[in-house]
Ligand binder design. Sequence first.
Ligand code: G
Ligand code: G
Ligand code: MN
Ligand code: NA
Length: 254
Amino acid sequence: AEGIHMAEQALADNRFVLWYQPLVALHGHVLGVEALLRLDTGRAEGLLNPGHFFSALDHPLLARKIGRFVLNTAVHQGMLWLNQGFSLRVGINISARHLLDSEFMQDIHAILARYPDFPRELIELEVTESAPMLDFPSAISTLQAINALGIHIALDDFGTGNASLTYLQRLPAQTIKIDQSFVRDILVDNKDLAIVAGVTSTAQALGLEIVAEGVESLGHARKLADLGVNVLQGFAIAEPMPAEKISNWVKNYK
Ligand code: G
Ligand code: G
Ligand code: MN
Ligand code: NA
């Protein structure tokens, strides 16, 4: 309840902000960013991450309102970067509640109408495994409709749900983001290494891009490269940062 109240206030006061974390392809170029929601308390606590207001992201009305803010802000920012000469794919986390909302497709069409010149393949919706679990047929048809518009889909937190392989089989997706809980210990735990290797070769066989999240050291990056992971994201590459810092970061990368 506290998270819901906090989010209502933040919407009213315009205190939601997006930070962005770069994703880099193996051979050096910056592929894009993931938009990460933060709540600016305006006080000493500074920015709160979604752990403080997760309940709002699952609230029937707030999920829609926050989701629209995130879509609009992220695509607007992507357009600004493009106009500055930076072609960056923008990853946008979609809550299960918003994905399954009867107004979700309208929200998608509205954003495409507002930014008709933004390349649709630069929009990547990150969907976690909880969404299809709630209503599989509805999630499939919505994701197919989105894909048919040219928007990309990533299966986020891959491996942490209980139906990953079913999703790979049945959901339209271009990207798998393997969860950081599998990546963290690949240098010390052969089980985790085997899991990441297996998911990577499955992704390759299916022609999907594979992103490793939670890449925290150069050692991790090297090991992931050896395994054939295409794209890296994590503190070893860059921490999330405000939008204004991204263009300089991209210019200075390698
Ligand atoms: O960035 P951070 O580690 O604080 O994110 C915590 C969780 O919140 C992650 O699971 C992430 O996917 C989720 N998250 C971050 N930004 C958004 C957002 O804009 N919308 C939704 N629905 N979830 C988000
Ligand atoms: O669930 P999702 O994958 O969207 O969550 C992304 C979250 O992971 C972001 O909130 C970000 O702050 C966090 N994150 C990004 N890189 C790293 C990392 O290298 N290590 C850890 N522990 N967390 C990370
Ligand atoms: Mn994500
Ligand atoms: Na993830």
